[in-house]
Each structure stands twice: as C-alpha cells, then as structure tokens.
Design a protein around this ligand. Structure first.
Ligand code: SF4
Length: 344
C-alpha cells in the first residue's frame, strides 16, 4: 500500500496482483520485512464505531481490533494462518511493547481483540506490554490468541489479568494423542493436562478451539472432546470442521487417506462420518459441554475477571432488547399462523 500510495508502477510492486486489459497479473512474491512500529490505523478517520450486538440488537459495548504481531513460527499441518497467499511462511515478527500500548491508548472501544495469529510467542514482550498498560493507566478488556505453553509463565499470566486481558483463545484441536501427533501440534494430551493445571487457576476465560473430522478419528473419539475440555478446565469451546485451505498441506494428506473427501466448500468428510453426522456430533457435544454447572462457572469467572462490570451498560438497554425480542417473536408467531391458515 505504501509503494502504491507513493506512485510506484504496479508491475514493480512485489506481492501485488492486479488487472490489466482484462488479464490478472501476479507480481513475484514479496519478501516480508519486520513489522514496523510506526504504521497503524488513525482511528479518528473512521466513520463508524463498532458495537457488539446480540441478534441484531446493540448491547452498547464497543469493540475494536488491533494487530501487534504477524505470522507464527509453528507448523501445525492443518493451518495456513502462518503462510502468505503464495504458501510462503510468514515468520513471526512483532511490534515493540511501546508501539503496541501507544496504539492501545488511542482506542476508544471497551474491548480490544488482538488479531495476531500468536500474541504470546514472546512472553517477555507480553510482560512489558502489561507493565506499560498499567503504568499509563490504559483501561481495556482484551482478548488474544495464545498457545497452551503460556502456562510456563504463570507470573506473566497474573500480569495479563491485572492489565485487563480477559480471554485466552487456545488451540487444543483434539482429545486424541495420535491426532495431535499427526497435526504436528507440539504437545500431547498429557502435556495439555500439565499446562491446564496452571491455566485453570487464571481468572481469564479459556476458550478452546477443537476440530471435528480429523483424519483417522472415529465418532467415538471425537465425542471425547466435551469431557476432555471439562477435565482441562476450558470455559468455552469452538468446534470447527476440518477444512482444506491452500498451502496448509492438508489436501495432500486427505488425498493419501482412503475414505476421506473434500467438499466443494473445502470441508473434509469421510465414509465413516458424513458432513451431516459431523453436524449432529457438534450439536451433541455443545449440549454435553454447556451444562448448568458450566454456565455457573462461567458466571463466577465473569465476576473474577471483571467482565461483569461491563454489564450495567447492557442492563440500561435491557428494556429495548426485551421489547425488540418480544416483537420479533410475535412477528414469527404471526407468520407461522398465516402459513398454517394458508395451508389449511
Ligand atoms: S494453529 Fe496456531 S500455532 Fe499452529 S501454525 Fe496455526 S497459528 Fe501457529
């Protein structure tokens, strides 16, 4: 973008694809240098503020995103986050803590989601970010992608809690050792249990990503996920379906795995577990995981990590939310009645 704005000829900008005379031209890939401290958005130029909404109703809570690092040095073989669109590895490169907190201090939103593939690779940097947040009196609630290895630094986890981090999003992926090994995740279930002994003491919400339909996993093995997640002390889970993305290496693995297929949308399904069965499994697991006890634990954590303090603003809007939900349900009922009488 910088080259483009400076008027460099399109064909001289590496990494750029553009259309000329009806043809798409792809320039050679660009060598990525280190991320720079001085380039981040000037949010005063934006027209909109971004509010968190529930079923189309604004809660009054504002959210923003920012990026403090780029890339990931790991090579999990289902993941293309750490690669550029041409398959090249995007090595991890990070902004200085000072630059990160400078930008954070300019953000008006209550909640900031870091878009980094891996915010926590350098825990020394995270520690300094936390110290600067406290020193400058920046008050935000923040969420980040992390790996379970953050458990090796409980001291930094405490500082993160105090600085306002309230949610760690962690890739657990599977409850089976053979899958974790074939994915190249870099840990097994025993190691995860060790890490989560530390992590579950944290007041931050622990969000676990899991994948359904992993190569070689039976439905019974997938169904271990809710129990395993509960045993670890994960607070919320996300269950995605294995999906082939360019340059992840998964396409090759699926091609070499008899009985596995890739759907048009990239999702992987198998002869022993169809796309429909995976959807049914997901529903069962969600139901099994989110028990009343789990919801109470979530509420308790929300008190501990201060998220509940954001709720008064939602309560102020509660009458409006209830009114909109009630009229929505009335409309639905009317539609249903009309449909029934037309059929009748
Ligand atoms: S899954 Fe996470 S840790 Fe693994 S390569 Fe992707 S971003 Fe990195």
């Amino acid at each position: 973008m910088e080259d483009y704005c400076r008027g460099v000829a399109l064909e001289e900008i590496n990494g750029l694809s553009f259309r000329r005379d009806g043809r798409i031209i792809h320039n050679p890939s660009r060598e990525l240098g280190p991320v720079r401290d001085s380039i981040y958005p000037d949010r005063r130029r934006r027209r909109y503020s971004y509010e968190i909404s529930f079923q189309g109703i604004n809660t009054g809570l504002t959210i923003d995103t920012m990026s403090s690092s780029r890339g990931c040095p790991f090579n999990c073989n289902f993941c293309s986050f750490s690669r550029n669109p041409w398959g090249g590895k995007r090595n991890w490169s990070a902004r200085s803590p000072e630059s990160v907190v400078d930008e954070l201090g300019q953000i008006e939103a209550d909640i900031v989601a870091f878009t980094d593939d891996l915010f926590t690779l350098d825990m020394g940097r995270v520690e300094r970010i936390c110290e600067l947040i406290k020193a400058r009196g920046v008050r935000k609630k923040m969420l980040v992608n992390a790996r379970a290895e953050v458990a090796r630094r409980p001291d930094v986890l405490r500082k993160m809690e105090k600085a306002g981090f309230f949610l760690l999003m962690l890739g657990v992926e599977s409850a089976c050792d053979k899958t974790l090994k074939s994915m190249g995740k870099g840990f097994d279930t025993a190691r995860l249990r060790e890490y989560f002994k530390v992590l579950r003491k944290s007041s931050m919400f622990l969000h676990g990503y899991f994948i359904l339909g992993n190569i070689g996993e039976s439905a019974e093995e997938m169904l271990r996920i809710p129990g395993f997640a509960r045993e670890l002390g994960v607070d919320t889970i996300a269950l995605s379906t294995l999906r082939v993305t360019p340059h992840s290496g998964l396409e090759e693995l699926v091609a070499n795995s008899p009985g596995y297929h890739v759907a048009a949308n990239g999702k992987v399904y198998s002869d022993h577990c169809s796309a429909k069965q995976i959807r049914q499994l997901r529903r069962r697991m969600v139901k099994r995981f989110y028990s009343t006890g789990q919801m109470l634990r979530l509420g308790h954590k929300a008190i501990r990590n201060g998220v509940l303090r954001l709720l008064p603003r939602i309560f102020l809007r509660l009458p409006k939310i209830v009114f909109i939900l009630a009229s929505h349900s009335l409309k639905q009922r009317r539609k249903l009645k009309l449909g029934l009488s037309e059929q009748g």
